[in-house]
Design a protein around this ligand. Sequence first.
Ligand SMILES: [Zn+2]
Length: 462
Amino acid sequence: MKKLIKNGTIVTPSLSYQSNILIENGIIAAIQPGLETSDTEIYDARGCRLFPGFIDAHTHLDMAMGPTVTADDFRTGTRAALAGGTTSIIDFATQDKGDTLTHALGKWHRKADGISACDYGFHMAIIDWNPEICNEIQSIADAGVTSFKVYLAYDNLHVSDSAIYEILRRVGQVHGIVGAHCENGDIISKLIDTNLRRNNTQPCFHAQSRPDLAEAEAISRFTYIAQMAEVPVNIVHLSSEAGLMAAKSARQRGADIYIESCPQYFILDDSCYYLPGFEGAKFVCSPPVRSKHSQTALWNALSAGSIDTISTDHCSFNWKGQKELGRNDFSQIPNGLPGIEHRPVLLYTYGVAAGRISENQFVASLSENTARLFGMFPQKGQIAVGSDADIVVWNPSCQGTLTAQNQVQNVDYTPYEGLKIQGGAKAVFLRGELAAENGKVLFENQGKYIHRHSCDYYHKNS
Ligand SMILES: [Zn+2]
């Protein structure tokens, strides 16, 4: 049956306008006033904004970390995504040392296929680079994975600068993109070691061991390597003003740099690490959340259009039993925060409703830019004829409070407990089907794999 979403205001990166959207077979068939016929099911979106389904290009679901595994798997994480208005995610498949990328991709398909509630794709994290792995890049791209990741931190994950250079060159040949976790791993290992030897074991020393200058140094190095390799790159989870300055100076040198950041760096500040008891562990992620000063710098950059995408780095661990692994040693606290469900409402509340960014910028950074950069545009990322009917009917005026008790995420806390929010996903359509309504998920197991094509280095066209 055809569906008609009527009377809503469609929001694109450049304008907001009222129209009706006709959906046929999961695809947007027409956008214009009227369009009502006898065999059409009507959804009245009066008073609401219509956003393209939000895309979260940075999640870690069903991922092992040390002795434990993330609290959310693909079943629970993608349900939480839908509840908040996110209709597509890109998760990180990660190569094991000594193993192939093909094997890693198969492993992640087995984690996600058949149980995901929203649509999903994978990036490929490369941790072991050699000529055989180099030969796999084309077939991985042909399998719909055109984005890759390298780590400049973590002893078990990071690759050498020369490997980064070669990976950039090779991925550039298939018109893909490489994102990097930018922190100087050697310095951080040293600082962790020094703190533990001084018996500084509390969560605040996690943040103190990962200073913003360690991020800035790694961003600077990574972007210089990218310029030498002559390919565009993506900086994931940019967290600090110092990091932002390094990225901006790379742009001034002429490097084509894409920047991702995450809600925690806009909304939380480092005072959380000094909360009494073991509360600070709830906020342990890498990079850590920064000073209030950095928050302001990030908001200004988002408002100025210097930050391209907002994703979450969703990597949830329960406070009880998981974060507690590091009760006597901050370096044993599993790193990561939940966020997959709340990113849209957090950025709407503290960005759009607070007057820091427009609703058009909101759509660009949570959906369209992400779809373009990661080779899923125009199937995803816009409300336009021919695109998948992934549509969020957003009530801009409802108000509420975030609590762990009423979240869908399968984790025993939220770092945003008690925060007042404005706006919310009233209805979420995934490929034309009503998948969630007022935070209740109506869809199970219907998520489809997104076979992504070559990346659109859209800075070049703008
Ligand atoms: Zn991550």
